[in-house]
Design a protein around this ligand. Structure first.
Ligand SMILES: CC(C)(COP(=O)(O)OP(=O)(O)OC[C@H]1O[C@@H](n2cnc3c(N)ncnc32)[C@H](O)[C@@H]1OP(=O)(O)O)[C@@H](O)C(=O)NCCC(=O)NCCS
Length: 154
């Protein structure tokens, strides 16, 4: 029986990644944006969770400074939510980041996206501010969240 596997995103994944993007985001990335992101191995790390050739979700980070990262994107394929896909991707990205000495992380998330915010709270992120009308298509505000993994956990 096949098992879920985490691996780096590759250009051959683009069709599946685009399908997830278009299903999950009001302002999906284009094919060329995605290709640029997953092809940039200097400052980006994109991972997919795959089951028997089917991509169930993907996530990517950007390393900003030596010890800081930005969560660029995370999405689970429709129909596979709530089964730990995003958690597996976050665990993988954060484990790797901590091994690289990353001490803090930031992200933007739509103010109404409680599902994603709950996921981020679980990984130590807290809201620190708002970017007004950050999402141009919907006009929605974004919460700016930060996590400081070098501080002792409560
Ligand atoms: C936000 C998003 C990435 C979450 O992905 P997900 O794969 O559904 O998340 P997970 O399954 O890993 O975890 C979510 C919940 O499932 C639960 N869960 C984890 N493993 C599980 C399992 N094996 N079986 C059942 N439930 C499980 C978790 O406890 C968690 O519960 P909680 O939300 O009450 O804390 C997904 O909803 C999505 O793609 N949304 C659209 C894109 C988006 O908004 N991205 C974020 C942009 S900032």
């Amino acid at each position: 029986m096949s098992e879920r596997q985490l691996r780096d995103a590759e250009p051959r994944d683009l069709d599946q990644l685009l399908e997830i993007e278009r299903a999950q985001f009001p302002e999906p990335w284009t094919r060329s944006m995605l290709l640029d992101e997953i092809g940039n191995h200097d400052s980006r790390r994109y991972r997919v969770l795959e089951l028997a050739g089917e991509i169930l979700g993907y996530a990517g980070v950007m390393f900003v400074l030596g010890d800081e990262l930005h969560l660029n994107s995370i999405a689970t394929k429709p129909g596979f939510e709530g089964s730990g896909v995003a958690r597996a991707l976050m665990d993988d990205l954060i484990f790797d980041a901590e091994n690289r000495g990353v001490a803090r992380a930031t992200l933007e998330v739509a103010a109404s996206n409680e599902r994603a915010q709950r996921l981020y709270y679980h990984y130590g992120f807290s809201p620190v501010g708002v970017r007004r009308r950050y999402y141009s298509l919907t006009g929605e505000d974004a919460l700016i969240m930060w996590a400081h993994w070098d501080e002792p956990k409560a």
